[in-house]
Write a protein that binds this ligand. Structure first.
Ligand SMILES: Cc1ncc(COP(=O)(O)O)c(C=O)c1O
Length: 424
């Protein structure tokens, strides 16, 4: 029988679940496809699009993975993860964040994505609403949609550092709202929620018997000296869910390893979901990750953080010198969210033009929500300094001789995505 590699509808397409209508593709993937085609034609492309550190796992981690395989650690592990790794994370929270989290509250998952999936499977009901900022990590609304919940995306502008405030949570909480999903520092904006705001939000949500999920995947990747110690929302309350990962701070994106920190009472629910949905996270990745916490590996990560700080110090003024506005300086992650409305009424077409003309990939705001989506682009500076320098020069060439927009050319409308509830 002939293989159907084309997209002609089949009987199977007719059986697709209706919830898929609420799940939209990642636009950045379209840009990546375009970039790949240009690269195949011999064009040099600089990638400032993808949210992935250019550093890969340090040698100690690779060595630990090799040893694990040689020692035959190749079978299923407990669904919650191997105890030494759960303990190592618990120790790390005590040493770095100054909070005591028992290893039994830590659940190892297949990346932060697996953690978000488990949390949403446990908490989101059909028809229930989850508050989140717009802009935010696009997959969040799709995790909620996968369990037939609705994301209530609240426009968050520069005034609140693109993050929800306690008042917004109070104003947008409705009869069907079940909880909030926050990320600090955030993707795409690299901004964090001040601890006092987070504390008020947690109190408000608890007073409404709702849940609080805080995605701290960019935790540790912070560049300000405001707080004497790295911060986790766990220092405010243990009655919340923390999402975290080895992808960003530990540079292990492709290893697919993350974790949840949950109140002990949720453990039976999460354990049975994890057993059924994943059986367990990758055994090799779990053994490899143990090496992340060795003193020499932690030193490597600190040095890499310092390198990211250097890149950040270069890229922010460099982007401003192009006439890109950075209304809020990011304090974390490795992103800068730039307002390019001086140059275009549609950031999406601008990103395509930039890619086609000068071979630089940056991501349009429409990937992250609706509010201001036509105005903003996200730049990831997780790229070597030489590449960042060259990218800026190419962009300078692109904008040279262009005239900024005025008056009626400026952006007025936001884009709309199917299946999104947008609160005005
Ligand atoms: C805010 C946020 N959460 C979760 C994820 C998913 O990460 P992981 O690779 O750990 O699944 C990402 C990835 O970019 C992210 O930016």
């Amino acid at each position: 029988m002939a293989d159907k590699a084309d997209s002609t509808p089949t009987t199977m397409t007719k059986t697709l679940a209706s919830r898929l209508a609420n799940i939209v593709p990642f636009h950045v993937m379209e840009l990546q496809k375009m970039a790949a085609a240009l690269e195949a034609d011999g064009k040099s492309i600089i990638h400032l699009g993808i949210g992935e550190p250019d550093f890969t796992a340090p040698p100690q981690v690779i060595e630990a993975a090799t040893v694990a395989m040689q020692n035959g650690h190749l079978q299923y592990t407990p669904a919650l993860g191997i105890l030494p790794l759960r303990q190592a994370i618990s120790d790390h929270y005590r040493d770095v964040y100054g909070v005591e989290v028992g290893a039994e509250r830590i659940v190892i998952t297949a990346g932060a994505s697996g953690a978000l999936l488990l949390a949403c499977a446990a908490l989101v009901e059909k028809g229930s609403e989850v508050l989140m900022p717009d802009p935010c990590y696009p997959c969040n609304r799709h995790f909620v949609a996968a369990f037939e919940g609705r994301s209530k995306c609240v426009p968050c502008g520069p005034e609140s550092r693109f993050q929800l405030t306690d008042n917004m949570v109070k104003n947008h909480w409705g009869p069907d709202t079940k909880g909030v999903l926050l990320a600090s520092p955030s993707n795409p904006t690299g901004t964090s929620i001040p601890p006092s705001t987070l504390s008020s939000i947690i109190n408000t949500v608890h007073s409404k018997n709702g849940f609080v999920i805080v995605d701290e995947i960019y935790g540790g990747l912070t560049y300000t000296n405001d707080s004497p110690k790295p911060f986790t929302a766990l220092s405010l309350s243990s009655d919340i869910i923390i999402i975290n990962s080895f992808s960003k701070y530990f540079h292990m994106t492709g290893w697919r390893l993350g974790y949840l920190i949950i109140p002990a009472a949720l453990l039976p629910a999460i354990e049975k979901l994890s057993q059924n949905l994943f059986i367990c996270p990758s055994v090799i990745a779990q053994h490899a990750a143990l090496a992340c916490f060795q003193p020499s590996t932690l030193c490597t990560y600190s040095a890499r953080l310092a390198e990211l700080a250097t890149r950040r110090a270069f890229i922010i003024p460099a982007l401003k010198s192009l006439g890109w506005e950075i209304p809020v300086e990011p304090d974390g992650a490795f992103y800068v969210y730039c307002d390019v409305s001086r140059w275009t009424a549609d950031a999406d077409s601008l990103t395509r033009e930039i890619l086609r003309d000068v071979g630089v990939v940056v991501v349009p705001g429409m990937d992250f929500g609706v509010w201001g989506a036509k105005k903003y682009v996200r730049v990831s500076y997780a790229q070597r300094m030489e590449k960042l320098g060259e990218a800026v020069e190419r962009l300078r060439g692109f904008f040279e001789g262009r005239r900024p927009l005025r008056g009626e050319g400026l952006v007025k409308d936001d884009v709309r995505h199917e299946g999104m509830v947008v609160e005005e």
